[in-house]
Ligand binder design. Structure first.
Ligand code: GDP
Length: 451
């Protein structure tokens, strides 16, 4: 998507529906002229003017406030005009219609932010944070998106990119002195800098992963043998009768998704077909889908019948091996003497005794989920939001950096230079220094109109 910078775009920037105030926004070289014709008076820069908005026949459409922000110190970097009228659908449509009559084009979703990016007002990660700030469901995610928008994440990336560039320059220079050994060309210092860059990159990756969870919520998958009480627990946590609860083994054949808010963080609980060997073809399909959910899960919640904790556990152990964290719920403790599930927590595994039926232990489950999803509000202080795309790029960059270090050890300078270039370019994808047009298209088209 390559917008022409010659045209002027317009859109209703406020949410659809009735509201006290509604805003039509214009950006581009014709904005001021269109705004002045609608308002019937000149618009001074950065002043609030109380005006009447006129249609083609000079009839008054509405009255309100007009603002003119000359480029480049505007949101998009171009001349921007905001017409703030009453927030009724008819008024705003008429106002927008008048802008289009006077030569503006209807903006595509995200086109204002895309222009801000193309004009260098925001980098790509910051532009994405605009959408994340708007979509944030709770104040922690909103604050974290704000930090990304202010450049906290981008500055960290730029610092690593700068360090990488210096290492690249050094390696490229060493290639030109092929007769000399790497040691005489400062190879030791080079290796040390690479190690430091890897440490910085790993640290940033951890923080970006936390930022991704703040934005996307934790993806938790419920698994366990048939009849252990997975559906009942999902319902108890979700607070609605969502999953079908029955006492016939193997009834939950489909994946049922329920999004639960725990301490302001969204957890997607996916109740899956009981993991076990055998079953008919529909059941096997359910199991296949369960396994593919587990592949992208941040957390596995394993539900076991507290009276029979060994039932089906070998199948489960196989399928959850790659999931980063595990919460074991020993369910139906109302049917035990309370001694069951005395299993110690260890590493990334937590064990809790619960009863989906009586609600016993569910508060502890909620607390454990909140802790896993990002911890107490204080622990998200200073965090920024990130997207899967960013975490993925950081990971790829780290792999290239590790390759570069190996090539340097073997004194394969050409290969090291190539890996360093790839690591550097991959970081550039995050902030948009290196970019593909289809990537821009897919990012900005997910924005709302008028943003
Ligand atoms: P799933 O196959 O793992 O999804 O298991 P369900 O949630 O369908 O539960 C199987 C049976 O166990 C149902 O009859 C539930 O009512 C019962 N059940 C689930 N949780 C508990 C519990 O904590 N205590 C008792 N007594 N029964 C439970």
């Amino acid at each position: 998507m390559q917008p022409s910078h010659r045209d002027t775009i317009a859109a209703i920037a406020t949410a659809p529906g009735a509201g006290g105030i509604g805003i039509v926004r214009l950006s581009g070289p014709g904005s001021r002229d269109i705004g002045e014709r609608i308002c019937g008076r000149p618009l001074a820069a950065r002043r609030a003017h109380h005006v009447r908005f006129h249609d083609a026949d000079d009839e008054v459409l509405d009255d309100g406030i007009a603002l003119f922000f000359p480029g480049p110190a505007s949101y998009t970097g171009e001349d921007v005009v905001e017409l703030q009228g009453h927030g009724g659908v008819a008024v705003l449509r008429a106002l927008l219609g008048r802008c289009l009559e006077l030569g503006a084009r209807h903006a595509r979703p995200g086109e204002f932010s895309e222009r801000a990016f193309l004009e260098g007002r925001l980098d790509l990660a910051q532009a994405e944070a605009v959408a994340d700030l708007i979509a944030a469901g709770d104040i922690r995610a909103a604050r974290a998106a704000r930090r990304t928008l202010e450049g906290d994440f981008s500055r960290r990336i730029d610092a690593i990119a700068e360090g990488l560039l210096a290492v690249r320059v050094h390696v490229e220079a060493a290639i030109d002195f092929a007769d000399e050994s790497l040691e005489t060309l400062g190879g030791d210092g080079l290796r040390r800098r690479l190690v430091h860059l890897r440490i910085d990159l790993d640290q940033l990756m951890l923080e970006a992963e936390r930022g991704r969870r703040l934005r996307d919520g934790l993806h938790a998958v419920i698994v366990g043998p048939p009849n252990a009480g997975k559906s009942s627990l999902l319902n108890a946590l979700a607070g609605v009768d969502r999953a079908i609860v029955t006492d016939v083994a193997g009834t939950t054949r489909d994946l049922l998704q329920e999004v639960v808010r725990v301490d302001g963080v969204e957890l997607t609980l996916v109740d899956t077909a009981g993991l076990r060997d055998g079953g008919d073809s529909i059941e096997r399909e359910g199991m296949r889908r369960a396994r593919s959910e587990l592949d992208r899960a941040d957390l596995a919640i394993i539900v076991l019948d507290a009276r029979d904790v060994t039932g089906g556990t070998s199948v489960i152990a196989d399928s959850i091996a790659g999931v980063p964290a595990r919460l074991w719920l020993h369910n139906k403790i109302d049917l035990t003497d309370g001694e069951a599930a005395a299993v110690a927590d260890g590493g990334t595994d937590r064990h809790l005794a619960v009863s989906a039926l009586t609600g016993q232990g569910l508060e502890e489950v909620r607390k454990a989920l909140a802790a896993l999803a990002g911890g107490a509000p204080s622990s998200t202080e200073g965090s920024f939001t990130a997207r899967t795309r960013h975490v993925d790029a950081l990971r790829r960059s780290a792999v290239e950096l590790a390759q570069a270090a190996r090539h340097l050890e073997l004194e394969s300078l050409d290969l090291a230079a190539e890996a360093l270039r790839a690591a550097h370019d991959t970081l550039g994808e995050i902030t948009g220094v290196v970019r593909a047009d289809d990537l821009l298209g897919s990012i900005f088209s997910s924005f709302c109109i008028g943003k």
